[in-house]
Design a binder for this molecule. Structure first.
Ligand SMILES: Cc1cc2nc3c(=O)[nH]c(=O)nc-3n(C[C@H](O)[C@H](O)[C@H](O)COP(=O)(O)OP(=O)(O)OC[C@H]3O[C@@H](n4cnc5c(N)ncnc54)[C@H](O)[C@@H]3O)c2cc1C
Length: 389
């Protein structure tokens, strides 16, 4: 470890999403004295991102999703916040970050919590730029501004976020269609039977599925979007929402020479390949010593575990993060689901255990993951005990 160039400088946190604010909150539990500077490209308000995909049914407008305004976070946690300020570069030798408009800041330790970016597909036609995606409160406000009552919406992608939005939009009176090149919703996460049940449950709510094809061109004609699929079919809608996945935002780190693959590479202590620089959240590729694999974990629970461990490490008690099995609840009330995926690379097959419960079983007969549906979702704690890590 190199000597500190700014031993009296602040801990600088880049990003004010769940990862940035959780890191600060956990840090303040163990250190109330060290200055903390948070620099964020957005307003810095604290909101629960998962609420974006079920806010319509709950009757919430975007402003109501802010659980704690930035000023209150600042006052409670004793941080300095630079809002609407983009970090444009990191000098890992000088231990400084550079911003677009407010100069450079030295850091004693730097925490990168820059999240992920929505993947943008390119389409033919004149309306590619009208395609929306939702990965922040600002994106969501823009989406809601465009969404008229009973609007016709095409969702591109039948993954987790696509299915959650399909449920929320259909249940709140919108005419929803979903297009996906796969054969069924959430096909990579669910056993076939559960995927089929989700397809049926959302269809009963009014969702129209288009599987085995993809959107190839999007044209704005008068005030409608005309979308042509690869199979030649055409649909006419008011809004197109892309939900084809996220990619870790590693640009800042990579430009500074910090290693990144599917995310910013960190060791078990969340340290990047640069001294005094750490990362957590959707931008990060975690190493897990016990699991022996590295992976991105773009969910809430891993951020909580990472923030706790990081706080200890930042105050000098080097602490590795270990991720317990973290089942994810999929917010599709038409068919509630809980998914605890096996570690990436685990070989095995789905086995139905009883109605609404599937285990992912490896060659040794060990349970490595599970899926619960409907009323069985209440049994997640019990099922988690069956899993061999
Ligand atoms: C619709 C939706 C529903 C979800 N539902 C669930 C769920 O039910 N359960 C679950 O576990 N997970 C869910 N997730 C995932 C979960 O919300 C994310 O894993 C988590 O919110 C990511 O937080 P983050 O802080 O890493 O990233 P982000 O929230 O993306 O925050 C990144 C921050 O970095 C800032 N930033 C980026 N670059 C710069 C820069 N150069 N300079 C300054 N600031 C910068 C941004 O402005 C932002 O403040 C959902 C995600 C979505 C999109």
């Amino acid at each position: 470890m190199t000597a500190q160039r700014h031993p009296d400088g602040p801990v600088v946190v880049v990003g004010s999403g769940l990862a940035g604010w959780s890191a600060v909150r956990e840090f303040r539990k163990v250190d109330t004295a060290t200055p903390v500077l948070m620099i964020t490209a957005d307003a810095g308000d604290f909101y629960a991102k998962p609420a974006l995909s079920n806010a319509l049914v709950q009757g919430k407008v975007p402003a109501q999703l802010v659980t704690t305004p930035a000023e209150k976070m600042v006052a409670t946690l004793g941080v300095t916040l630079l809002q609407h300020t983009r970090v444009t570069g990191i000098d890992v030798q000088a231990q400084e970050v550079h911003t677009q408009s407010k100069g450079a800041f030295g850091y004693r330790q730097l925490v990168l919590a820059t999240g992920a970016k929505a993947i943008r597909l390119s389409f033919m036609g004149n309306a590619t730029n009208d395609v929306m995606s939702v990965n922040s409160l600002d994106d969501y406000a823009a989406f809601r501004a465009k969404l008229k009552p009973q609007a016709r919406v095409l969702i591109i992608g039948a993954g987790l976020i696509g299915c959650e939005f399909a449920n929320d939009l259909a249940a709140s009176g919108h005419a929803v269609q979903v297009v996906d090149p796969g054969a069924s919703p959430l096909a990579s996460l669910l056993p076939q039977e559960a995927s089929h049940a989700l397809r049926e449950s959302l269809a009963a709510l009014g969702v129209r599925w288009h599987f085995g094809t993809s959107a190839s061109s999007i044209d704005r004609v008068k005030d409608e979007d005309v979308v042509t699929f690869a199979n030649g079919q055409t649909v006419v809608v008011d809004v197109v929402l892309s939900a084809v996945g996220l990619r870790a935002d590693t640009a800042l780190a990579q430009a500074a020479g910090i290693a990144a693959e599917r995310g910013i590479v960190v060791n078990a202590q969340l340290q990047t390949t640069a001294p005094h620089v750490y990362a957590l959240g959707d931008n990060t590729q975690y190493a897990s010593e016990s699991a022996g694999v590295s992976r991105t974990l773009p969910y809430v629970m891993p951020i909580m575990a990472a923030a706790k461990a990081l706080a200890q490490t930042l105050v000098g008690t080097t602490t590795p993060v270990e991720f317990a099995l973290m089942p994810v609840a999929i917010k599709t009330p038409a068919l509630p689901l809980v998914v605890a995926p096996a570690l990436p690379g685990t070989q095995g097959a789905w086995a139905k255990v009883e109605e609404g419960i599937w285990h992912f079983v490896d060659a040794l007969g060990q349970v490595r993951g599970f899926v619960l549906s409907g009323a069985q979702t209440s049994r997640r704690a019990e099922q988690a005990k069956r899993v061999t890590a």
